[in-house]
Design a protein around this ligand. Structure first.
Ligand code: SAH
Length: 213
């Protein structure tokens, strides 16, 4: 359950993230509403409101709150936009996108996480559309998307995801290998024009091909 103590810790975390340079008030407020402690592995629950990534099931991680805020800010999420999230993981980032009013399609390749995220999100009344599969392929049947957010690092931007971005749409993805990754934003300016910009260094688990039972 959520409590006043959790809310107090959360407010401190939000101030910490703000002091690190996140300016978008909608993003900060959205994160202020999501009970991160309910998305954590029980071993680390006491550290839920520290600005760090932690292990979750299947050898994956729940992203650092600053990183969640940074990616969400770059994505420029607005109410009612159709968002594809690749890498559901704990579901924490999914909840932040839903708090911003987005319609979220989220895909995860680890079956255990695909199932666990639903168990976490449903009782909190968060209702994304869940998919178990390979996010490298995107979701062609549901494209185009106004926004695409990838929460695992790819050696290069998957062409299929660019194809599934609407004109005017934005893709945010960490690009690189385990030795170093840059945050990339791509804005689709027209059918054929993609404007790419780089936004600093991060550390994510890798985007892997295929799905894992
Ligand atoms: N947003 C999540 C981040 C989890 S880490 C959170 O904050 O909890 C990244 C996730 O991407 C992992 O769960 C991993 O299994 C998943 N992933 C990696 N490659 C993938 C792929 N090709 N398709 C879908 N999910 C993928």
């Amino acid at each position: 359950m959520d409590s006043y103590r959790h809310k107090g810790l959360r407010n401190k975390l939000i101030e910490d993230i703000r002091s690190k340079g996140i300016k978008n008030e909608n993003v900060l407020e959205a994160m202020g509403r999501v009970p991160r402690h309910l998305f954590m592995d029980s071993s680390f629950v006491n550290f839920s409101y520290t600005d760090k990534a932690f292990p979750i099931s299947a050898g994956q991680t729940i992203s650092q709150p600053y990183t969640v805020a940074f990616q969400t800010e770059l994505l420029d999420v607005k109410s009612h936009l159709k968002v594809l999230e690749v890498g559901t993981g704990s579901g924490y980032q999914t909840a932040v996108l839903l708090e911003l009013g987005a319609r979220v399609y989220t895909i995860e390749r680890q079956r255990q996480l695909f199932l666990e995220a639903q168990k976490t999100l449903a009782p909190l009344n968060y209702k994304p559309i869940y998919f178990y599969g390979d996010g490298y392929e995107g979701l062609p049947a549901y494209a185009p998307f106004d926004r695409i957010l990838v929460t695992a690092a790819a050696p290069e931007i998957p062409q299929r995801l660019l194809d599934q971005l609407s004109v005017g749409g934005i893709l945010v993805i960490p690009e690189g290998d385990r030795f170093g990754q840059k945050m990339i934003r791509v804005i689709r300016e027209s059918e054929d024009d993609f404007m790419r910009s780089e936004h600093g260094h991060f550390s994510f688990v890798p985007l892997l091909r295929g799905k894992n039972s």
